[in-house]
Design a protein around this ligand. Structure first.
Ligand code: ZN
Ligand code: ZN
Length: 366
């Protein structure tokens, strides 16, 4: 029963795609992006090619994945390819006399495309349709939200546990390793990205790699972490201060937290991605800190850690019920340090829902 419900989500996703293909007058879409293959079929192998079409949908895999594909890709015809997957797919497409077929030009390499063109021959017209599946992925269904919610809960729990252990004398790299170990011990499939721990002056580098540097008293420490569960990512950042903060650190921290909280409060269906970015930027502008906010306010999260939309100045995407985004303003002062606060947020028609509810005011005076 659970399996049936599970596979229904994949069927519904393919139906949404088919409506898009029909609007573009395409007889099918050749899906080569593995993330999109998982989204549409449930197959999670490291190699595969799918053709999603109105009459039939087929998944080609090599012999390593035949059994797995049969189990995971319910409702699809699984074909075991002996040679190159794309070659067999194109041969099949030609046999079925499909004339206009979409391909994922956003991720296919030039070399792969030349191959498709050559194998397709004159009768088969390849139509660029990159982004069609990524667009569907912007709005998450109940199954996806369920996975993201669990990944976020696990991520927030790990941070709450580990923050008790953040103190002077620990190496950045050791703290990152501890976080990653706990994420896996709690049942995550993996990490959404390499954990970021950067302290002191290094915290002014928004995406610094953890180093051998020891955490010291009076350091700002940025911790950015995320688990993967059910294929879906979580993303959360907290900034910790080791000591009693003076006025400069307080001013920075309060500004970023206010910007973050006001931007989160502005998130709802109907708003544009750039509107949320503007809210965060305005708060920092009033405190003359906007010049030090050097990245966008957030991004979509799902099967990939960075998805559409981008919460930046120019992305006018309308947020919809079921979008999942991050809200993560930050301020970085060279030679001093940085502050970033990030939550993963579920967009709804009413109030937005913060999925990573870990404490935010974190001063350590011991
Ligand atoms: Zn992050
Ligand atoms: Zn992020």
């Amino acid at each position: 029963m659970a399996q049936e419900t599970h596979s229904q989500y994949f069927t519904l996703r393919r139906e949404r795609l088919l409506a898009q293909l029909e609007a573009r007058k395409l007889a099918g879409l050749l899906v080569t992006n593995l993330t999109n293959i998982f989204y549409l079929t449930g197959f999670r192998g490291s190699a595969g090619v799918a053709l999603i079409g109105p009459s039939r949908s087929v998944l080609w895999v090599d012999p390593r994945y035949t059994l797995q594909a049969r189990e995971q890709a319910q409702g699809l015809e699984v074909r075991e390819a002996k040679g190159i997957l794309a070659e067999e797919a194109v041969r099949w497409i030609r046999r079925k006399r499909l004339h206009r077929v979409g391909y994922e030009d956003s991720t296919l390499t030039c070399r792969e495309f030349s191959f498709l063109k050559r194998e397709g021959g004159r009768e088969l017209r390849w139509v660029p349709a990159g982004g069609v599946v990524e667009d569907l992925r912007v709005v998450k269904d109940a199954e996806e939200i369920n996975s993201i919610r669990k990944a976020c809960q696990l991520t927030a729990e790990v941070f709450e546990e580990v923050r008790q252990e953040i103190r002077p004398g620990i190496r950045e790299g050791d703290l990152a390793a501890e976080i990653e170990y706990r994420i896996k011990r709690k049942g995550a499939e993996g990490l959404a990205f390499d954990t970021i721990v950067c302290s002191g002056k290094r915290s002014a580098w928004p995406h610094a790699r953890p180093s051998a540097k020891l955490l010291e008293k009076s350091n700002l420490v940025i911790v950015d972490l995320g688990a993967i569960l059910g294929g879906y990512a979580a993303d959360m950042t907290r900034t910790v201060y080791l000591g009693t903060p003076g006025p400069r650190v307080r001013r920075l921290y309060d500004a970023v937290r206010d910007a973050q909280e006001q931007a989160v409060a502005a998130v709802r269906a109907g708003k544009r991605a750039c509107d949320i970015d503007r809210v965060a930027r305005k708060v920092l502008e009033r405190r003359k800190l906007d010049n030090y906010f050097t990245h966008s306010t957030g991004h979509g999260v799902g099967l990939e850690i960075h998805e559409r939309p981008r919460l930046g100045r120019s992305d006018k995407t309308r947020l919809e019920d079921g979008c999942v985004i991050t809200v993560e303003p930050g301020v970085y002062l060279e030679g001093f340090g940085g502050v970033r606060v990030e939550d993963t947020v579920l967009v709804t028609a009413g109030m937005s829902e913060v999925l990573t509810p870990a404490a935010k005011d974190i001063w350590f005076t011991s």
